[in-house]
Design a protein around this ligand. Structure first.
Ligand SMILES: C[S@@+](CC[C@H](N)C(=O)[O-])C[C@H]1O[C@@H](n2cnc3c(N)ncnc32)[C@H](O)[C@@H]1O
Length: 222
């Protein structure tokens, strides 16, 4: 019999993930507050949302967390319950957006997983899942010049994964995991602005920046 992941365990893992991601995106909480402000609307998508760190901050009527990792999605589902819909999809190829429409799409600490060619395509796909007037916001490290050294978070991160993968209620999801390679692509904000304009977005801007962490916001005009 499969053990159910309890709310208490899921919430502990979700909060632990949130804290352990901080070294990878300095000023993460401030950047995510900017995403939450931007994403005010009826239907919001947390793209590559993992355990739902951003989704948990959204007050939208309908929030969807989309990710490829079954362990992270199981935690999001158990911790956030009816507040969110959880979708398993691979953003590495087109097709994930078929039949979906949102008023806001947000992504945090995630799109560096994709190299430049795939990210340009992905921006076009994000444009296509937005309703006219809808907004997209991406928070990530977007260094100008020499990147600041990022914090050393690997030890805590390995510890978090060891705990999650050993949880009996996550055993089935753990078996289904495929460890993907990240492109670790961290271009400057101007690269994202140009790629978003080329993808059809209007009103593209760097809305917020602190050190190497920035939030780029773009609107679908029609
Ligand atoms: C560093 S985590 C950030 C998660 C979440 N946005 C946060 O800030 O807590 C990167 C996320 O991208 C997801 N991801 C990586 N490659 C993906 C792909 N091809 N399709 C969907 N999600 C992907 C991972 O599973 C992971 O949840």
């Amino acid at each position: 019999m499969t053990t159910q992941l309890s709310f208490a365990d899921a919430e502990r893992l979700r909060r632990g993930w949130d804290v352990r991601q901080e070294p990878f995106l300095p000023h993460r909480h401030e950047a995510f507050a900017v995403l939450a402000d931007v994403a005010v609307g009826r239907r919001a998508l947390d793209l590559a949302g993992g355990t739902g760190s951003i989704a948990s901050r959204l007050a939208n009527a309908e929030v969807t967390v989309l990710d490829v990792d079954p362990v992270l999605l199981a935690i999001a589902r158990a911790a956030l319950g009816d507040r969110v819909s959880v979708v398993s999809a691979d953003l590495g190829a087109p097709g994930w957006g078929a039949g979906r429409e949102f008023d806001a799409v947000v992504a945090g600490t995630a799109l560096h997983c994709f190299g430049p060619d795939r990210l340009r395509e992905l921006y076009r796909e994000v444009h296509d899942v937005l309703a006219p007037g809808g907004v997209f916001a991406n928070a990530d490290r977007m260094p100008e010049g020499t990147p600041a050294a990022s914090g050393d978070g690997l030890a805590g991160w390995h510890e978090w994964w060891a705990e999650a993968l050993a949880h009996p209620a996550l055993a089935e999801a753990a078996r289904d995991r495929v460890d993907g390679e990240s492109a670790d692509f961290y271009p400057p904000a101007s690269w994202h602005v140009d790629a978003l304009r080329a993808a059809g977005f209007g009103e593209v801007e760097v809305r917020w920046r602190r050190d190497d962490t920035a939030v780029v916001v773009a609107r679908r005009m029609r």
